[in-house]
Design a protein around this ligand. Structure first.
Ligand SMILES: [Zn+2]
Length: 185
């Protein structure tokens, strides 16, 4: 089981990757205000004092490409995913830092440079690294629904997730039921 800090990093990573809707051809991270809303959802208040700029938007979208590719390919090519994570962490010069956490401490990976893109990259890639090391690369994947293709991270106990959401799993089971009931000719 991942700790709460890494779980929230996984949420950030998956949410970031899924701002791209490959089947519909939509991009939900297409403006500075969309980036601001994303950062508001995922970063604590003290880490987003400055409003994001057009430069931040470009840089975060580049981080998204890495995060999405890691989620998409980890199960099939874990070595490739590990390289993406390593290179991404090196690029933002992420270093381990002790931070107070409740009554104790936790080890965070923080970027040496400021800016939203390095912060998002360090949070997301560190969390995906935690999934890879603690649960295994096959916990990262892409929704089996051909009309969805959203990415997911399966943090459940048994780890048998195939769909990004209950909605997609339900639609797939209804479709399979209809196929079974159709008389064969
Ligand atoms: Zn789905």
């Amino acid at each position: 089981m991942l700790d709460a800090y890494h779980q929230s990093g996984v949420d950030l990573a998956v949410d970031l990757a899924n701002t791209l809707k490959p089947v519909k051809g939509e991009d939900l991270l297409d403006s500075v205000s969309a980036l601001r809303a994303f950062l508001d959802r995922h970063l604590p208040g003290d880490e987003r004092a400055e409003p994001p700029t057009a430069h931040d938007l470009e840089a975060v979208r580049a981080v998204r490409a890495t995060v999405r590719e890691t989620l998409e390919r980890a199960a099939e090519e874990p070595g490739h995913a590990a390289r993406l994570v390593n290179d991404g962490l090196r690029e933002c010069r992420a270093a381990p830092q002790l931070r107070p956490d409740g009554d104790g401490w936790r080890l965070e990976v923080a970027p040496e440079t400021g800016g939203y893109a390095p912060t998002v990259a360090a949070r997301a890639l560190d969390a995906l690294a935690a999934v890879l090391t603690e649960l295994g690369p096959d916990r990262l994947g892409v929704c089996s629904s051909p009309t969805c293709r959203s990415t997911f991270a399966d943090l459940s106990r048994n780890g048998s997730k195939q769909y990004c959401s209950r909605g997609c799993a339900h639609r797939a089971s209804v479709a399979a039921y209809r196929t079974r009931r159709r008389p064969s000719s």
